[in-house]
Design a protein around this ligand. Structure first.
Ligand SMILES: [Ca+2]
Length: 382
């Protein structure tokens, strides 16, 4: 006890930990500010080894596509007092070979969110994934995380984008930061709460996270697939063993309806723990070669292998309805987004808030430390 009290009053022993504390606060500033006081809202794991799209895709053959770079392992949403934080974990980020400004360049993460809001605009299309979102998961906003070159948002440019169903686009900036965390193999988006609707009900959202291969030269910036693959093309039949599967995906590629997501994660009240690989494969195989329509996520309740007369009819009917609706909406909104995206969203406030955040935290730490000293001193006096 005596020793402790003497130590407490020793100036050296007071200054050294204080200095260490300050240095630590300063060093950890960038991520600390984003992660301070965070509340986890959603955390969903995804199986590894299911980075095969509909179950039989392989990566392009160039060496930059290291094993695991398209394998989602976990998805989290966290909140703090100012932001909503989306974290997408990947088995291996793959070293950012082309130096994407956001810290990654191989992946293209697309997050589609159906909030609990009623009567607001929603969309069922995706940005170049050759997928259709099922109507009860139709998205109110989408977060598209891209490498970040240039000035324009995806899909026109290469910066990350927050897109609302009404066509309004927010380009990544101080209120919407995107970066990679190589230690955790995570792609992180920190978005101001002012930009996200329904933040009080995150746990009840329906969310689809799709991981595609980013291609700055590809249509909609999504890397395409070929029946036999190639150096820069996904291999649509690499793990296909069934002859019918090979024929069917070949027809899909020819029609341009093959799914282009290599991994898929779904969170919703129905799937609070995500989905197994088997469901991902089943859903991504619901494209219809005869009708020329995309796969639906989450899948319609049809197993393609056991096709009977009745089942086929059901599938066609459901699909035709949804596809008509979406086509109309897509063409309208694409034009709108291009024009809206030009206007920047001014927000120097975020910088101020953030600086205050960690400075305040550092100051709070010092004040607490000094209070501790005073209490210690008073105790000793008694
Ligand atoms: Ca996975």
């Amino acid at each position: 006890m005596d020793v402790y009290e003497d130590d407490l009053m020793n100036p050296k022993l007071v200054i050294i930990p204080l200095a260490i504390m300050l240095v630590l606060t300063l060093l950890s500033a960038p991520t600390y500010s984003a992660m301070a006081g965070v509340t986890p809202q959603i955390s969903v794991t995804d199986p590894t080894g299911d980075d095969k799209g509909p179950g039989y895709y392989g990566y392009p053959s160039n060496n930059v596509f290291k094993p695991g770079v398209f394998d989602l392992t976990k998805f989290e949403i966290l909140t703090n007092s100012t932001d909503v934080i989306f974290k997408v974990y990947i088995k291996d980020l793959g070293d950012n070979p082309w130096k994407g400004p956001n810290g990654f360049c191989l992946q293209y993460v697309q997050i589609y969110v159906h909030t609990t809001l009623q009567g607001v605009e929603s969309r069922m299309d995706t940005f170049g994934l050759h997928l259709m979102i099922r109507s009860d998961y139709a998205w109110h906003f989408a977060v598209l995380l891209a490498p970040g070159w240039g000035n324009d948002p995806v899909p026109k440019g290469q910066k990350s984008a927050l897109i609302y169903a009404n066509g309004t686009v927010v380009v990544q900036d101080d209120k919407f930061k995107v970066y990679a965390d190589p230690k955790e193999n995570a792609i992180v988006a920190v978005i101001s709460k002012n930009l996200i609707p329904d933040v009080d009900n995150i746990k009840n959202w329906k969310i689809i996270v799709a991981l595609a291969s980013y291609d700055g030269f590809g249509p909609m910036k999504v890397r395409q697939a070929g029946v036999k693959g190639g150096e820069w093309v996904l291999n649509a039949t690499k793990y296909a063993t069934n002859k019918n599967t090979i024929i069917r995906i070949g027809q899909a590629v020819a029609k341009g309806i093959e799914p282009l997501a290599l991994d898929l994660l779904v969170y919703s009240p129905q799937y609070p723990n995500g989905i197994p690989a088997s469901l991902q494969y089943e859903w991504l195989n619901t494209f219809n070669v005869t009708a020329g329509t995309y796969a639906i996520v989450p899948g319609i309740s049809v197993t393609p292998k056991t096709v009977t007369e009745t089942v086929t009819q059901t599938e066609t009917t459901t699909y035709t309805t949804t596809s008509t609706q979406t086509t109309t909406k897509t063409s309208t909104t694409t034009i709108t987004s291009t024009s809206v995206s030009v206007s920047p969203s001014p927000s120097p406030t975020t910088i101020t808030k953030e600086t205050t955040n960690w400075t305040a935290t550092g100051a709070a730490a010092i004040i607490l430390f000094i209070i501790g000293l005073i209490i210690g001193y008073l105790v000793k006096r008694k």
